[in-house]
Ligand binder design. Structure first.
Ligand code: NDP
Length: 333
């Protein structure tokens, strides 16, 4: 059995040297315990904040301790009446091939009828609900609105755009490569997509949002947010979901043009999905049928090769490598 621990804290950009792989004993289970085989690790941008000293919105990882994230796993032994061998569950688990979960605490059963098991941590889980809360509950798009989504090919962005489109809005997305741009346009749900690395957001928004922006779903912050403020309409809504452009740097350089919040009566609403988890069952009931019927698409970027690939896969997430929701496959389903 192996696990991945935090070997040193990143300064600036996270690199593979921040992680170490350790051999550990095979876990043994006691009364009421559950033994799991990890199947998919969920790789998410917030993990960068947890590698820092001190708390972000989640407590930091201790040096030498395992990295923890949402993990989809299979029950391989159980002394707990609630969990049977062969069932799939997800929980906040160590990055290890096999883990013992005392009394099965914190595990959530995955309903295989809802979708693929990986969907429990992607489209039917945290990233999906995040897109819904931000794009629909906070964004409140109405037919005719222009909605702009940054990191539009990411786990959250691809859904935020499609949800806004279903609500009747005109949807514009930004991404960091031509491949992502072509892919999103081919997949559908976005009326226009631009590559922020080749066209500055200010210039792109001027041409793609001629009637201004009514909702900006912010995943990146920085100069992209500045450009969105400049092109916002009066009474625009800005669900502030993430600011990934600042996660590996010393923080953002300061947003210019914030006065637009006042002059245009913009509502900027930061939100953290932990406060909205009670909406998950209703969200799943609404969205799972759309997935099954093909009305909604969702891309996962599953990195093969086992647990050892996780550090490089997380480093690559911040470099824009992933096309869709990034997961690492630790073992076959
Ligand atoms: P993403 O898949 O969107 O994140 C990875 C992508 O971010 C990369 O592929 C890259 O895409 C883009 N990116 C990386 N660096 C930059 C940069 N400097 N400027 C612009 N884009 C960059 O992850 P998620 O969909 O999981 O998360 C999206 C955002 O939502 C993140 O900011 C995350 O922290 C936040 N979030 C917030 C939650 C909440 O509760 N508020 C919950 C879940 C996520 P590209 O190639 O297009 O540049």
């Amino acid at each position: 059995n192996t696990r991945i621990v935090l070997a040193r804290r990143p300064v600036g950009w996270v690199d593979e040297g921040c992680f170490a792989t350790e051999d550990v004993a095979e876990p043994e289970i006691g009364p009421e315990d559950v033994l799991l085989q990890s199947v998919y690790l969920s790789l998410d941008p917030y993990l960068r904040g947890r590698m820092n000293e001190g708390p972000s919105y989640a407590p930091g990882f201790a040096l030498g301790a395992p990295i923890v994230s949402r993990v989809v796993a299979r029950v391989i032994a159980s002394r707990n009446a609630r969990f049977a061998v062969g069932e799939h569950v997800w929980g906040f688990l160590d990055w290890a091939e096999r883990v013992r979960v005392p009394r099965g605490e914190g595990l959530h059963k995955i309903d295989p009828a809802l979708g693929r098991i990986s969907h429990a941590v992607s489209v039917l889980g945290m990233p999906g609900l995040t897109a819904w809360i931000g794009a629909i509950q906070i964004g409140q798009p109405v037919p005719g609105d222009t909605v702009y989504v940054s990191s539009a090919a990411g786990a959250v962005g691809q859904l935020a755009g499609q949800f806004a489109k279903r609500a009747g809005a005109r949807v514009v997305g930004s991404v960091g490569s031509e491949a992502k741009r072509a892919h999103l346009l081919a997949r559908g749900g976005f009326d226009a997509v631009f590559n922020y690395k080749t066209t500055p957001p200010d210039e792109a928004l001027r041409s793609h949002c001629p009637r201004g922006i009514d909702v900006y779903f912010d995943n990146v912050g920085g100069t992209t947010l500045e450009a969105a403020l400049r092109h916002a309409n009066a009474a625009a809504r800005f669900p502030v979901c993430g600011m990934i452009s600042a996660y590996n740097t010393e923080g953002d350089a300061g947003i210019r043009g914030l006065q637009a919040v006042l002059t245009k009566r913009i509502t900027m609403t930061g939100f953290i999905i932990y406060d909205h988890v009670h909406h998950l069952p209703a969200y799943q009931a609404r969205v799972a049928p759309w997935l099954r019927s093909g009305e909604l698409w969702f891309d996962e970027d599953i990195v093969p090769g086992g647990l050892a690939q996780a550090p490089a896969a997380l480093v690559g997430l911040f470099k824009g490598e992933a096309m869709g929701k990034r997961l690492v496959q630790v073992a076959p389903e």
